[in-house]
Design a protein around this ligand. Structure first.
Ligand code: 5GP
Ligand code: ZN
Length: 118
C-alpha cells in the first residue's frame, strides 16, 4: 500500500524528485505529467498526502478550494480557457488510478475525444 514514505507525488511536492512545476499554492502543487496524453497535461495534487477521493474529509474543503482555483489560474496561464479543457480524477482499479496520491488531471491544448471511458 502506498503511504507518504514511498509516494512519488509526495516526493515531487517536497522537491526530492524533479518535476516541471506549473503552479504552487500553500496547499497544492501543479506540474506537468511525465507522459502527457495531450499537449497540455497537468496534474494538480494536494501537498498533504491523501490517497484518493474516498479518503477526503470535510476538513479538506480548503484543499479543494485551492485545487479549483488552480485550475482557473492554470487555464488562463496556458491560454486553455478560450477553447476548453477536461478535468479528471481517477479512483481505484476501475478508475485506472496508478498513483495513489489524489490528483486532478487537467488536459487541454487539443480537441478531446468524445468518449469518457474508452
Ligand atoms: P493516474 O493513472 O493515477 O490517474 O495518473 C497518474 C499519472 O501520473 C499518469 O498520467 C502518469 O503519467 C503520471 N506520472 C507517474 N509518475 C510520474 C512522475 O514521476 N512524474 C510525473 N510528472 N508524472 C508522473
Ligand atoms: Zn503522497
Amino acid at each position: 500500500m502506498t503511504d507518504k514514505s514511498n509516494c512519488i507525488f509526495c516526493q515531487i511536492v517536497s522537491g526530492a524528485l524533479p518535476s516541471k512545476k506549473v503552479l504552487e499554492t500553500d496547499r497544492v502543487f501543479a506540474f506537468r505529467d511525465i507522459s502527457p496524453q495531450v499537449k497540455d497535461h497537468i496534474l494538480i495534487v494536494p501537498k498533504k498526502h491523501v490517497a484518493d477521493l474516498t479518503e477526503v474529509s470535510s476538513q479538506d474543503g480548503p484543499v479543494f478550494q485551492d485545487i479549483f482555483e488552480s485550475v482557473q489560474l492554470i487555464v488562463k496561464k496556458l491560454s486553455l480557457d478560450a477553447n476548453g479543457f477536461r478535468t479528471v480524477f481517477n479512483t481505484g482499479e476501475h478508475g485506472c488510478q496508478t498513483v495513489f496520491h489524489l490528483h486532478l488531471h487537467l488536459l487541454g491544448g487539443a480537441q478531446m475525444g468524445g468518449s469518457m471511458v474508452g
